[in-house]
Design a protein around this ligand. Structure first.
Ligand code: TXA
Ligand code: MG
Length: 341
């Protein structure tokens, strides 16, 4: 399949109309959002969602997030919108937050992966919203990577994974948040945080009061355990290299690397630390700045493979605020392999 590439600087560019036209005609298009690039298609057309699963190589029981550009598009997708959901939308939409509610009949089972619920989000990225608005339909959009690979935070990585497999790629530069949206389920009381992201647990608590954080955010699911969010059970965000998280002071991290390095070892460290290390380094943001780590983590995980690393020793991120999202992605990339030094 020929993949068109559109370079877009503003939501007013002609290419936005062109991308929306392809989506209206049943095509699939990779689009920028503030979190990561998404592979979008008409959420109400099962044939289109089939194409999305195929292009990504994604298991079909892993449901898709439906993207809207205004609140009025939410109502038809769900059974009802409770007060708590409206309060969240009021405070954090448009933005990196996905809300799960019981779905209505019009949402195809293929979008919900066979579940009775649907995940919906309104992105803050202006180009994303313009494309949704002009397409005139809600858009299902999983991250625009090959299933299992790190999510793409720039169009370069979308091209690497999906060239020839999608109708178009809209290139609008780097994503500002860098990790996928926070996913919260309002289908139970208290609400359950299924995936941490740019809207933090603390921010959700402010609006919702008590919430629970799903065990799968921190821990590996036991064999046969059912995932509240099906995406959690799959191997995720993995570079080809083996990643190990090394928890401890920088001095101890450095000694650990000296004792365990090979020629192909790469250190995944914080900005500036590369000066003190004897192996090749990829940095993933500033030490005490989880937002900068979120913005860089997926890019860094792709870069370690570009360097041909066999083993990657990663610094342990903070786990407060947005740091929880960074930790959640990194610990999956490391297949839960953490060493304390
Ligand atoms: O930031 C984002 O959310 C990006 C951009 C493109 O918007 N999209 C994204 O989609 O990350 P995806 O498909 O890669 O991740 C969606 C996650 C999966 O882990 C999936 O299992 C979960 O959300 N999910 C979707 N619908 C669900 C539902 N009804 N119940 C439970 N989990 C659901
Ligand atoms: Mg994904």
């Amino acid at each position: 399949m020929e993949t068109k590439i559109f370079k877009v600087k503003s939501e007013k560019d002609k290419a936005v109309d062109e991308a929306a036209r392809i989506l209206r005609d049943g095509g699939i298009v990779a689009i920028p959002t503030e979190t990561v690039y998404g592979l979008a298609g008409n959420a109400l057309d099962e044939g289109v969602t089939d194409k999305i699963y195929t292009a990504k190589g994604r298991p079909s029981d892993n449901p898709l997030i439906v993207h809207i550009s205004e609140i009025s598009q939410w109502e038809p997708l769900v059974k009802e919108i409770p007060e708590s959901a409206l309060a969240l939308a009021d405070k954090y939409w448009p933005g990196p937050l996905t809300v799960i509610l019981p779905k209505s009949e019009i949402v195809p089972d293929k979008v919900s992966g066979g579940l009775a619920t649907v995940a919906v989000r309104m992105p803050s990225d202006k180009i994303a919203r313009a494309i949704i608005e002009k397409a005139g339909v809600p858009l299902a959009a999983p991250s625009a990577n090959t299933s299992g690979k790190p999510s793409p935070t720039s169009a370069r990585y979308v091209t690497e994974d999906l060239m020839g497999k999608v109708d178009a790629i809209v290139d609008a530069g780097d994503c500002s948040v860098g990790v996928e949206s926070t996913v919260i389920s309002l289908c139970e009381t208290p609400p359950r945080l299924l995936r941490p992201g740019g809207i933090t647990a603390e921010m959700l608590t402010e609006v919702l009061g008590e919430i629970t954080i799903d065990d799968a955010v921190f821990n590996k699911l036991a064999d046969g355990e059912k995932a509240a969010s099906p995406g959690m059970k799959y191997k995720h965000y993995s570079p080809d290299a083996q990643v190990v998280i090394v928890k401890g002071t920088f001095e101890n991290y450095k000694s650990f690397i000296e004792e365990n390095k090979t020629e192909k070892t790469v250190a995944l460290c914080f900005d500036g630390e590369e000066k003190g290390l004897s192996v090749r380094c990829v940095t993933y943001g500033k030490k005490n700045d989880p937002s900068s780590q979120a913005k860089n983590i997926f890019d860094a995980l792709r870069k370690v493979d570009e360097l041909g690393a066999d083993k990657v020793f990663a610094r342990f991120p903070e786990t407060d605020g947005v740091g929880l999202a960074v930790f959640n992605r990194l610990v999956r990339a490391a297949a839960f392999n953490i060493i304390e030094v």
